[in-house]
Design a protein around this ligand. Structure first.
Ligand code: GLY
Length: 575
C-alpha cells in the first residue's frame, strides 16, 4: 500500500470511529440511541438481559460486559427504562426485586409506593359516599410516595460497580436524547389531553405536532434529576432540590406528598414467598404483592390434576386454570394487603387441605359462578402498565424485577422542573369496599388506605429453581393479569413442555373472580371459547395483548435462552 493510500485510509477510519462514538453513549460503547434494533431471542453463555426496551436491555448487557453482575445490570437497566420507557420505567413509581444469588441466598426487596401521612381511607369518597376513581387514577392525589430510587440503592449492596457508573447511561440517554419507536409515539399522542389537563408546567412529552417514529426525545430536567441522584445518592431524590420540586408539584395540584413522606421512605427487605411445585422450587414476592401467594395457590390447585394430559388450550385445561384463578382472586379480595398493617393468613391460604377444600366445588362439566365462590373459610383453629426485566449472569446470579407507575404514564403528572412521571398507585388500594380499581379488582379491609401503608400489588417477579440452580427467571406487566400470566407461562413450560417462545407468545386468558368473565387474547381458539360458553362461562372483550413477559430459561448444558415478548418493543440481549 503506498503512503497516500495508507494516509487516506487511516483518516477515513478515524473519521468513521469518531462519528460513531458521537452517536454512542459514553460509558456504553454498544448503545446507539439513534440506531437500535429489537431482538426477540438470544442464546448466550455469559449473561442475558430482557426488558421492555432495546436500549435498556443493551445498557444492561454493556454493564455485564464491563464486569458488573446481574444486580448491577438490573440497576442500570431500570434507570435506563426510566428514560427510554417513560410509560412504565420510572423513578416516580415503585417495584419489587426477587433475586437468587450464586451463594444460594434469596432476596425479596420491596420498594412499593407508600400512602402519604395525610392519606386516609375515605380520601377518594365524595360527599354522598360515592368513590371518585378519577382522583385515585389521575393527577396529583393519585400518587403514592415513590420507592424506586430507594430500591435501587438498597439493591446496590449486592452490586459490584459504583452507582455513578450504573446511572451514567441513563443520564446520557436523557441529556442527549434517543429516537422514539412508533409504539412510544402512538402512546404519547394518546395521552396528550391528559398531559395538558394534569400539568400546569408543560412537560417535554407535549409538543405541538404529533410524535412520530424516529423523533428525538431529549429530557434535560430528568437528566438533571439523575445527576443529583448520582452526586448525592438517595438524598438526591428524597431530599434537597428534587424533594422541593416534588412537593411544589404536589401543592400546585392539591396532592399530599410532603417533605417528611419523602425523607421517611424506606425500601424493605422481606422473606421471599417460596414454595415447591413438583421437582421445582418457585421463589416469588411476598406481601405487599399478592403475586407470589396467588401463584402458589394456583399452582397447588392444579398440581395433582394431570393437566399435562389435558393439553395446551384444551377446553379441560383452560377450564381448570380459569377455576383456580377465580378462587385465588376471591381470596385476594378478602385477605391480602400490606402485611405490616394487616395480618395476612399466608400459611392458611396455602395449606394443602384448604386448597383442596377450595376445589371441592369445581365441576369439570360447568362453570362455577363467582357469586357462589366466596373467599375461602380459613381453617382456623384459624399498563395497566408496569414493566418487567429478567437478568442472569455467568456466575449464576438471577434477578427478576417488576416495577410500575400503575397506569401507563402513571398519574399523567410530570414533576415540574424534575422531568419524571409520578405514579397513580393509590388506586391499587381498595378505595371503597367493592369498588373496582383500574383493573376491575375489588378489595376490603385488608387493603384499605392507611398512612404509611403499601397498596396491594399483583406484580409477580419469579425465579424457578431446578436441582437448586436457577432454571427460569420471569415476570410481566399487566395489573391483575400478572399472576395469571406467570401461572400460564410456567404451566406451558413445566407441564405442556412448550418451547419458551410458544409459552410466552401463545394467546393468554384471565379470570379474576370479579367480574365473572374470562378475558382472552386475540388468537384464543374459538372452538374452546364456544365449548366453555356452553358450560356456562361468559367471555369479556377480546384483548389485543395481555402483558409482556420477559423470560430467561437455563438450557441443559448451562446456556441462557432469553426471550422477549412479541407484544411490544421488548428486546433480549446476551453475550
Ligand atoms: N399497579 C399494578 C400492580 O402493582 O399490581
Amino acid at each position: 500500500m503506498n503512503k497516500a493510500v495508507f494516509y487516506y485510509l487511516t483518516l477515513f477510519i478515524l473519521l468513521i470511529s469518531c462519528k460513531s462514538s458521537q452517536k454512542n453513549i459514553g460509558v456504553s460503547a454498544g448503545v446507539n440511541p439513534f440506531h437500535y434494533s429489537i431482538t426477540k431471542k438470544v442464546i448466550a453463555e455469559n449473561g442475558a438481559v430482557v426488558s421492555a426496551h432495546p436500549l435498556a436491555s443493551k445498557v444492561g448487557l454493556e454493564i455485564l460486559k464491563q464486569g458488573g453482575n446481574a444486580i448491577d445490570a438490573v440497576i442500570a437497566t431500570q434507570l435506563a427504562l426510566a428514560v427510554v420507557y417513560p410509560n412504565a420505567g420510572n423513578i416516580g413509581g415503585g417495584g419489587f426485586m426477587v433475586a437468587r444469588l450464586n451463594s444460594g441466598e434469596t432476596i425479596a426487596l420491596d420498594y412499593r409506593e407508600m400512602a402519604p401521612a395525610k392519606a386516609n381511607r375515605d380520601m377518594y369518597l365524595e360527599a354522598g359516599g360515592n368513590a371518585n376513581t378519577d382522583k385515585s387514577q389521575l393527577g396529583h392525589l393519585s400518587s403514592g410516595v415513590p420507592g424506586t430510587v430507594a430500591g435501587l440503592f438498597a439493591s446496590h449492596k449486592y452490586a459490584r460497580l459504583p452507582f455513578e457508573k450504573l446511572i451514567q447511561p441513563a443520564i446520557e440517554l436523557a441529556e442527549k436524547g434517543y429516537a422514539i419507536s412508533v409504539t412510544e409515539a402512538k402512546a404519547l399522542n394518546a395521552i396528550k389531553d391528559d398531559l395538558v389537563q394534569y400539568n400546569s408546567i408543560t412537560p417535554v412529552f407535549i409538543k405541538p405536532a404529533d410524535w412520530k417514529k424516529g423523533d428525538t426525545l431529549i429530557q434535560k430536567e430528568l437528566a438533571n434529576t439523575l445527576k443529583r441522584i448520582k452526586e448525592k445518592g438517595q438524598p438526591g431524590f428524597y431530599e434537597g432540590e428534587t424533594a422541593r420540586l416534588i412537593v411544589e408539584e404536589m401543592i400546585r395540584g392539591n396532592g399530599i406528598i410532603s417533605y417528611d413522606d419523602l425523607k421517611n421512605y424506606k425500601a424493605k427487605f422481606r422473606t421471599p414467598h417460596s414454595f415447591d411445585y413438583k421437582n421445582y422450587l418457585i421463589i416469588g414476592m411476598p406481601m405487599p404483592s399478592s403475586g407470589g401467594l396467588l401463584l402458589n395457590q394456583m399452582m397447588k390447585m392444579i398440581e395433582n390434576r394431570n393437566i399435562a394430559a389435558m393439553g395446551f388450550h384444551s377446553t379441560e385445561a383452560v377450564q381448570l386454570m380459569t377455576e383456580v384463578q377465580r378462587r385465588a382472586f376471591a381470596d385476594r379480595a378478602e385477605y391480602m394487603g400490606d402485611a405490616d398493617f394487616y395480618k395476612v393468613p399466608v400459611s392458611m391460604l396455602t395449606n394443602d387441605i384448604y386448597l383442596q377444600e377450595r376445589m371441592k366445588s369445581y365441576n369439570p362439566d360447568k362453570a362455577t359462578p363467582s357469586s357462589t365462590i366466596k373467599p375461602g373459610m380459613l381453617l382456623r383453629a384459624e399498563s395497566e402498565e408496569t414493566t418487567h426485566l429478567s437478568v442472569i449472569d455467568k456466575e449464576g446470579n438471577a434477578v427478576a424485577v417488576t416495577t410500575t407507575l400503575n397506569n401507563s404514564y402513571g398519574s399523567r403528572t410530570v414533576v415540574g422542573g424534575a422531568g419524571f412521571f409520578m405514579n397513580d398507585e393509590m388506586d391499587d388500594f381498595s378505595i371503597k369496599p367493592g369498588v373496582p380499581n383500574l383493573y376491575g379488582a375489588v378489595g376490603g379491609e385488608a387493603n384499605a388506605i392507611m398512612p404509611g401503608k403499601r397498596m396491594l400489588s399483583s406484580m409477580t417477579p419469579t425465579i424457578v429453581l431446578q436441582d437448586n440452580k436457577p432454571y427460569i427467571v420471569l415476570g410481566t406487566p399487566g395489573g391483575t393479569t400478572i399472576p395469571t400470566q406467570v401461572f400460564q407461562t410456567l404451566v406451558n413450560i413445566l407441564e405442556f413442555n412448550m418451547s419458551t417462545e410458544d409459552a410466552v407468545y401463545k394467546p393468554k386468558f384471565h379470570h379474576q373472580w370479579l367480574p365473572d368473565e374470562i378475558m382472552y387474547e386475540k388468537g384464543f381458539p374459538p372452538t374452546v371459547k364456544a365449548s366453555l360458553e356452553k358450560m356456562g362461562y361468559t367471555f369479556g372483550k377480546e384483548r389485543t395483548g395481555i402483558g409482556r413477559t420477559e423470560i430467561i430459561k437455563v438450557l441443559p448444558g448451562g446456556k441462557f435462552e432469553a426471550v422477549a415478548d412479541i407484544r411490544g418493543d421488548d428486546s433480549a440481549e446476551g453475550w
